[in-house]
Write a protein that binds this ligand. Structure first.
Ligand SMILES: Cc1cc2nc3c(=O)[nH]c(=O)nc-3n(C[C@H](O)[C@H](O)[C@H](O)COP(=O)(O)OP(=O)(O)OC[C@H]3O[C@@H](n4cnc5c(N)ncnc54)[C@H](O)[C@@H]3O)c2cc1C
Length: 510
């Protein structure tokens, strides 16, 4: 970690006093080797976490006058213009817990999302593909038949969320706001003490360059009272702050796809209840999850070995659909066999798909478990993709004048759908910390100010990341040995203890 210098601890100067004292200096300096442009908060990364922070700061009357900047490598205009018809969905979808949704509502962002594209679910069916033991997260035992069932989570396309946040930020006006889109942070270093200007020797100064510019252009330089790294797993801000991370690669990929479903065999009760399904498949290296989207669509997240992911991605649409249906219905031995079947050389339309016929035949000889998802009958073209699964946790989320949020601070296994929810929790906590500092006349970049943030978030995130890591590990032991017995006992016991289950459901709810 960078050492705390005396200048890092110097007293707070309120934004309006500072801008009046700096305006004189800026009048003299128009060349790029002059003092950098100074902001109260600079956020690097315009993903959901970075945009969430900016939207929160702009929404609060306490922090809305801070001078803020956002730097994003990608073209945010594309994110603003993102538009899909009601029958097509992005393949990057996150399950947002009710706490995340209520935070987005509080900052006025939720109303900027297209909520017709979001799907709530009220029930979860989770079971072990090896032992069959099951835990059912449904609320019907907890609520009266006259009440609406509480929501477990809301499925939301990341692009819908990003577009909504950008729209919320735009609605806050452009005063004291700079958005550097299509711009990459090429370097970050501590500034210098200037005789005719402020002492920036402990302030991060960023050099910004256009992402795709072929012309040599002198970089823009900006200084941050507080620099926020919302810049993802390879965070340049984290590197600048010299914050170490711990972690490992799971040697697994998450295969994602947008699917369409057949009508369910029996109508849901209460009408309109939607269910998320997850089956742990130790023999294939991880769980498969099918999460509901509007109009009888669903999003897939299948955590599996790198080889299996490559195999699945190479299949024809028909064969891919057969594999997904098989993964929720067939035995481990059948699945292992089907995952090794040869792929025919002829294009999919020209042959009767061998995976499909294999599934049909094997289903006739497999007793069917209750509560499997409806059959998948379509896969959206171009939606099958995979992402490497990793665990990372920063040793701290703060350093003088630096804070990390979202994937820059922690990356966890997606089996509980918590990664982005943790990021939104960070944003809620950091924006509250900044609000507190402004209200109490403290320096927003001061390490003592930021302590509140890391104290509130680090242990919570470590606990949830650790539970996901442990679940990944215990559900990766194939066979019927003691580990399988122990985990099935765990699920069965939890399923029969209403109080414990209720506690877990409330935690899943967030
Ligand atoms: C298969 C899969 C399924 C998942 N499902 C869920 C789920 O159901 N629920 C859930 O809560 N989470 C889920 N997650 C996790 C979730 O997707 C991530 O936690 C979330 O997207 C991270 O958001 P972020 O804003 O922190 O980072 P990112 O989305 O990575 O954004 C970082 C941004 O920083 C920008 N950037 C990077 N470097 C620079 C630079 N030098 N200069 C300028 N800009 C830069 C990048 O362009 C990017 O836009 C899932 C993850 C995976 C892999």
């Amino acid at each position: 970690m960078r050492p705390i210098t005396r200048s890092a601890l110097r007293p707070y100067v309120c934004p309006s006093c500072r801008s009046s004292s700096f305006s004189g200096r800026r009048r003299f300096g128009s060349k790029s080797d002059q003092a950098p442009d100074v902001y109260d908060v600079v956020c690097v990364g315009g993903g959901p976490a970075g945009l969430g922070l900016l939207a929160a700061l702009r929404a609060s009357p306490v922090t809305s006058k801070l001078r803020v900047a956002l730097v994003e490598t990608q073209d945010l205009q594309k994110a603003r213009a993102w538009n899909l018809d009601a029958q097509h969905f992005s393949n990057r979808v996150s399950s947002l817990t009710p706490s995340s949704v209520s935070f987005l509502q509080k900052i006025g962002a939720w109303e900027h999302l297209d909520t017709d594209r979001a799907q709530q679910y009220q029930e979860m069916q989770v079971w072990d593909g090896e032992t069959g033991s099951r835990i059912t997260f449904d609320w019907s035992t907890e609520t009266s038949p006259f009440e609406d069932l509480p929501t477990v989570a809301t499925m939301t396309e990341n692009t819908n969320l990003v577009r909504g946040l950008l729209s919320r930020i735009a609605a806050s006006g452009d005063e004291n706001l700079s958005i550097f889109s299509n711009t990459t942070v090429s370097s970050i270093e501590n500034g210098t003490s200037q005789p005719d200007g402020p002492d920036l020797s402990a302030w991060p100064v960023l050099s910004l360059a256009p992402t795709n510019s072929s012309q040599s252009q002198s970089p823009t330089r900006i200084a941050a009272r507080l620099l926020v790294g919302a810049d993802g797993i390879n965070s340049p801000v984290r590197r600048f702050a010299d914050i170490a991370t711990e972690g490992w690669d799971y040697n697994r990929h998450g295969v994602v796809a947008t699917l369409s479903l057949a009508d369910p065999d029996s109508p849901s009760f209460p009408i309109g209840t939607r269910t998320a399904y997850q089956r742990f498949l130790p023999v294939l290296g991880g769980p498969i999850a099918l999460l509901p989207l509007p109009n009888n669509h669903a999003t897939l997240v299948w955590s599996t070995t790198v080889e299996n992911a490559a195999y699945l991605k190479s299949l024809s649409p028909k064969a891919f659909i057969a594999m997904v249906n098989a993964a929720f219905r067939l035995s481990s031995a059948d699945l292992k066999y089907m995952m090794r079947m040869e792929r025919p050389a002829t294009p999919a339309s020209d042959y009767e798909d061998s995976h499909e016929s294999e599934l049909t035949w094997r289903l006739q000889h497999t007793p069917q478990a209750a509560h499997v998802p409806p059959m998948v009958n379509g896969v959206q073209e171009g939606s099958v993709a995979s992402f490497p699964l990793r665990f990372r946790h920063a040793s701290t989320y703060i350093s003088p004048r630096v804070a990390l949020v979202g994937d820059a601070a922690h990356v966890i296994h997606p089996l509980a759908g918590q990664g982005l929810n943790l990021g939104i929790g960070d944003v809620a906590s950091l924006s509250k910390t900044i609000e507190y500092a402004v209200t109490h006349g403290m320096d927003v970049g001061d390490i003592l100010t930021l302590e509140r943030y890391t104290a509130e978030r680090w242990a919570v995130n470590a606990k949830i990341g650790g539970v996901c890591d442990m679940l990944h590990k215990i559900y990766n032991v194939p066979g019927q040995g003691p580990v399988a017995w122990g985990r099935s006992l765990g699920l069965e016991v939890i399923d029969r203890l209403p109080f414990v289950k209720g506690f877990l459901m409330k935690n899943a709810e967030g």
